[in-house]
Write a protein that binds this ligand. Structure first.
Ligand SMILES: Nc1ncnc2c1ncn2[C@@H]1O[C@H](COP(=O)(O)OP(=O)(O)OP(=O)(O)O)[C@@H](O)[C@H]1O
Length: 322
């Protein structure tokens, strides 16, 4: 049931991916992946190198044919020749696709012509997308003179020329410095504000967490989790972390005492520093009060929310990145 009380999911689902698979020889790169993108939603597709993210998005864009399963975009099944559906997608590939010896504007005019745009509408659209990615003042400079992040933003602009409903970005921050990364995020947040739907692949949880309404975790070609960030947090044993600096290294009895307190999920220590996992932030105060009541002198303490970065470790026993 939808929030408005109706069951009309057709109206809200933009993309429906059902059990798609793809093998390269004997290797199953994608093995029964299913997820949906609602209109206006950003879905983060996260997984380690080789998880099958690029293969998945290439199939959604119609660049690779799935061995099995179905992809339905805006009510139309993606199949060979489904040019109508393909036009509703803008794709920003991992490898940059730009002509280095052409200016930003010339690059966009070329891409626009491929989509059948010309004349005044093409000129107007080029101006709009250049403004959106904040490159209007660099329009006449050669792409070769751009930084990695600027080239990536020009690629995003190119993918938006035909005004697609769904923009798919495959690891858009790889090889990009932190400042340019922020500029890319600004562009993506502007697109979100316009109500555009996005799929964003990454192996950085913090990026996906910042942008995505829904996170699909994929590993070895299979979906491990498909949830909102808030629901993923619920899956972590510790929701909050408390770090306490004691005057001395804690005794085994003190550690056992902390472990037995309400809401404590884990206790570790490194020298005199206690690291305590909590099932919820409000458990921190009683833990501190208990330590003080044991005669401990608390030199310093800090609380923090645990990171979603730990969810992959929690699900697989491995970290997201080596
Ligand atoms: N053209 C290809 N031929 C053979 N194997 C391939 C090909 N493309 C991908 N693979 C393999 O398929 C698996 C999934 O690769 P894919 O590129 O989809 O993963 P990914 O999650 O996008 O990884 P990355 O973050 O490194 O881009 C990997 O084992 C990869 O080696």
């Amino acid at each position: 049931m939808l929030p408005d009380g109706s069951n009309n999911t057709e109206a809200t689902v933009l993309l429906s991916v059902e059990q798609i698979s793809k093998s390269y020889g004997a290797r199953k790169a994608v093995d029964g992946v299913s997820f949906q993108v609602q209109r206006g939603q950003t879905v983060g597709l996260i997984g380690p190198n080789g998880a099958g993210k690029s293969t998945t998005v290439s199939m959604i864009c119609g660049l690779l044919r799935p061995d099995g399963g179905s992809i339905v975009l805006d009510g139309e099944t993606m199949a060979q020749g489904a040019s109508g559906a393909k036009r509703k997608i803008g794709f920003v590939p991992q490898d940059l696709a730009l002509y280095e010896d052409l200016s930003a504007l010339e690059n966009l005019k070329l891409f626009g012509a491929l989509y059948g745009l010309k004349g005044a509408p093409l000129k107007q659209r080029c101006e709009q997308v250049l403004a959106l990615v904040n490159l209007s003042d660099r329009a006449t400079e050669h792409a070769a003179s751009f930084s990695g992040g600027m080239k990536r933003r020009l690629n995003i602009a190119a993918a938006l020329l035909h005004d697609p409903q769904l923009l798919i970005l495959d690891e858009p921050t790889v090889g990009v410095d932190p400042q340019s990364r922020n500029a890319i995020f600004d562009t993506l947040e502007a697109l979100q504000a316009q109500g555009r739907s996005l799929i964003y692949t990454s192996h950085y949880m913090e990026e996906v967490e910042r942008l995505a309404d829904h996170i699909v975790i994929i590993d070895h070609g299979k979906v491990l989790a498909n949830e909102t960030p808030a629901a993923l947090y619920q899956r972590l044993p510790a929701q909050a972390a408390l770090e306490v600096q004691l005057a001395h290294e804690p005794s085994a009895a003190l550690l056992a005492g902390v472990q037995a307190l309400d809401g404590v999920t884990a206790v570790e220590h490194a020298g005199a520093t206690l690291n305590i996992g909590l099932s919820a932030g409000p458990h921190a105060a009683p833990v501190l009060a208990w330590l003080a009541a044991q005669g401990q002198s608390l030199q310093h303490f800090a609380t923090a929310r645990t990171s979603l970065e730990n969810i992959f470790l929690n699900l697989t026993g491995r970290s997201l990145r080596d």
